[in-house]
Every structure is written in C-alpha cells, then in structure tokens.
Design a protein around this ligand. Structure first.
Ligand code: GDP
Length: 427
C-alpha cells in the first residue's frame, strides 16, 4: 500500500474533505498534519452533512485509525463538541487518536487573536480569530501547552502558571484588558483533559506500525498552499504549513515515506480573508460562481472571494508540493457557462510575469492574462465516466494538466460522495 498526502492547491476550501472521505473507504489510517479548527472540511455522506474542523475526514470509515497529528493545534472545547456531534449522529469515534505532542489553544490565544486583529485595523489579516496564530507562535516561542500535559495535572499547572503570567502582563499592560483567571482555566482544562484522556497517545509509533504493515495511510492537509507561511502570500497566510512536506513533520514520518502527493484544486479559485488575488472577479461572474457553489466559509460563514482559475499560482503550487496527481473539484459549477477563462500569466508594469511573485504588494498589482475556452453548457452532475464528460470539459481539463504539468486523476462534479469520476488510480 502507500502513503498519500492530500493537500490544498489554492487558498483552501478546495474540497479536500470530500476527496479524503471518499479515499478513506480504502484506507486504514488518516492523519491530519497541520492547522487547527480554522479549517472546515465539509463532508456529505450517508451519515449526514458535517463540517469537520479537527477530526480527520476518515472518521466515517470504521476501519480507519484517525490521528490528529503533532502538527495540529487543538481547541479542546471545539474538539469535544465535534466528537459529541459525530456521536449524536451515530458515528463511532473510538478510532480517533490525538497526538500527545499536539499543542493546545488556550483562552488567551483566542483573546489575543481578536485583540491583534483589531490593532491591525485596515491591515487586519482576516484570521478566523480562533487563536490558531497565537497558539503556533507560543509553540515556537516554547511557551506552549501540549495535549500530553493534560494527562498530568501538576505539570499542566506549572506550564499554565508560567504562560499565564506572561500573557496576563500583555493583556493588562499592552491591551489594557482584564487578566484571565488561573483557577478558572485550570479547572476548565482539567475537565477537558479528563474527557480527552482516552484519545491522547504517542502517535508517531502508531503511524510507524502502520507503515510497517504497509497500510494505506492518508495525510490530511488543511487550508491551501497559497496560505503557506513561506510560500504563500505573506503576511496574508496561515500560521502552519499546509504543504505536502509538512505532512511528514506534522505526523512524524520520513519525507521518503510519502509515495504520492494529491493536490486538490477547484475548477476556479476562491479566497477568504485579506490579501492579493489576481483573478478575483468582483462582477456578476464572481457573484454567479459564489451563489452556484455556495461559497461561504465552513468555519466563519464569510462570503468567499471567487475568480477564474489561476494557472500561474497553480503551477507554483504544483512545484512546491511535487504533486503526482490532481483532484479537480467543482467542475459542475461551470456547467452553465458559455466560455471559461484561465489565467496563464500576469502582467506587471508592462512586463509579462510567468512566475508567482513572493512580494504580496507586487502580486496585488499583477493583472491576469487570460486564455478563453468554450464552455459545455450541459449538466455533468450525474456523469460517472470520464469518457462521457462533454468534450469541452475534457479540453478544459487537458489544458489545466498542460499548464500545471500534472495529471488530473479525480474529477468531482458535485458535493456528494458519489459525485466523483476516477480518471485513473492514484495508488
Ligand atoms: P475543504 O476545506 O477543502 O474540505 O473544503 P470546504 O469543505 O471548505 O469547501 C468545499 C465545499 O464544496 C463544500 O461545501 C463541499 O460540499 C463542496 N464541494 C466539494 N466538491 C464539490 C464539487 O465537485 N462540486 C460542488 N458543487 N461542490 C463541491
């Protein structure tokens, strides 16, 4: 079997949850490797419709060990709510495992996330204000508290005391707001710890056992490549790496253990929050895409910015991840379009740029250069065979494959699990 990393190729919300839910039917392990409950993977299957923020999308397949890896930051309250919600829908969660190395989101992280966004005023990053950035900052600053700490109340109290002393100084002296109570947080998190204890384990050894047994393992990414802190549109990025390479670090396996890297792309592009987006459509076409695809954030409900497929960004994404295959989602959204544009290069200051600039202020001034292809103007929603897709749709995909130098192996033509065409096996 194989290890497959599944990664967002754009600015997130590409439909990774749906792809993972489907592939998990054949897998034995799904391990989420980055982000926090700022991610929202929508899964629609026979159990109902779910927005998973932390629990891996493989949870619906009982044979799959679902791991929340060390690279994830966990808000215990959100995780417990998600577990309760799944259980109330009859989903078995006993095969969920949480890495003892995963860092926790604490009440001061959420509070500071909001205060920092307000301080930035017009330059706000558009974070979900769920404390993800501050929690990752503390991880690197060696001030973090990890899931494993909840298993030992003395250790937890000592870590909490030192972190809170520092955080309360910032809250009171910099932001002039009230300090947080040590006792309240301690009590609350001890309660969370008791509930989460059965799930918390050393997970890298569990994954290694699965590697030895040659199980099919899926590494579940969150957000998308263009939000990567190094390669994304800095500073309008997320705070942990959504790239395939992070799949190794965020779970504790060797990069050489990853056999395939599946990049998930929408047939168009969307973005939530601030930052440059060269192909954004602020006109009726953008509105049409938003309404047809219900492009409103799974976590925040915010309307997503919509635009034509950006192949400059896509090529860059393919390069930094080394995609072996692409899953193209939302092809059905174009069903009624008479023509479709693809951005193949940018124009900046009278020059043609064929690469994705690292400077967001330059990217913000790039004008897309488009190529126009004919639409197909028929429904693809019930098609299950690649050969039966309209020739214009196949031509559109062939052009994307050419521009991204990567083959499209899966095509999604609707939100439901069965609305997927397998062009070739990715394994
Ligand atoms: P993720 O975070 O990458 O899993 O993506 P989200 O769940 O945030 O957003 C994807 C949205 O698109 C969800 O509402 C899915 O149900 C929906 N979706 C996924 N694939 C398709 C598709 O091929 N066509 C349509 N119309 N919707 C899709």
């Amino acid at each position: 079997m194989a290890v497959v990393a599944i990664v967002g190729g754009q600015w997130g919300d590409e439909g990774k949850g749906k792809v993972i839910d489907l592939l998990a039917e054949k897998a034995r392990m799904v391990a989420r490797f980055s982000g926090g409950d700022n991610a929202g993977h929508t899964v629609i299957n026979p159990y109902g419709e779910f927005k998973l923020h932390l629990v891996p999308s493989g949870i619906f397949s009982p044979q799959v060990t679902c791991i929340i890896g060390n690279g994830v930051v966990i808000n215990p309250a959100s995780l417990l709510k998600e577990i309760d919600d799944l259980q109330n829908h009859g989903v078995d969660t006993s095969h969920l495992v949480i890495s003892d190395r995963a860092h926790l989101i604490m009440p001061y992280h959420t509070l500071l996330d909001g205060l920092e966004e307000e301080r930035r005023k017009q330059k706000a990053l558009g974070t979900t204000r769920r404390g993800i950035g501050p929690a990752f900052s503390d991880k690197v600053a060696r001030l973090g508290i990890r899931a494993g700490d909840l298993l030992n109340k003395d250790i937890f109290l000592s870590h909490l005391k030192s972190a809170l002393e520092f955080k309360n100084a910032i809250l009171t002296k910099v932001y002039q707001v009230s300090p947080l109570s040590l006792e309240e947080i301690y009590e609350q998190y001890c309660h969370y710890g008791e509930r989460l204890a059965p799930f918390i384990r050393e997970t890298s050894s569990i994954i290694h056992e699965a590697l030895i047994k040659e199980w099919l393992i899926l590494l579940e990414g969150a957000q998308g490549t263009l939000l990567d802190p190094d390669f994304g549109t800095y500073p309008y990025v997320t705070s942990s790496s959504p790239l395939a390479g992070a799949g190794a670090i965020g779970t504790g396996i060797s990069p050489m253990a990853i056999d395939r890297v599946l990049g998930v792309f929408k047939a168009y592009i969307t973005r939530v929050g601030g930052g440059p987006m060269p192909t954004e459509l602020k006109d009726e076409v953008g509105k049409l895409i938003r309404e047809k695809a219900h492009e409103y954030g799974a976590t925040t409900g915010r309307p997503r910015r919509c635009g034509w497929f950006d192949a400059v960004a896509g090529r860059f994404s393919s390069q930094v991840n080394g995609f072996s295959d692409i899953a193209l989602t939302h092809l059905d959204i174009y069903d009624s379009f008479s023509s479709i544009k693809i951005c193949t290069a940018y124009e900046f200051n009278g020059r043609t740029l064929n690469y994705f600039p690292s400077d967001s202020s330059i990217l913000g001034k790039c004008q897309p250069i488009y190529e126009e292809l004919p639409g197909w103007q028929e429904s693809t929603a019930e098609i299950r065979d690649f050969g039966k897709l309209p020739p214009q749709a196949r031509r559109y995909m062939a052009r994307l494959e050419e521009l991204l130098s990567c083959r499209i192996s899966l095509v999604s033509i609707g939100p439901r699990r069965e609305q997927m065409i397998q062009v070739r096996s990715i394994l």
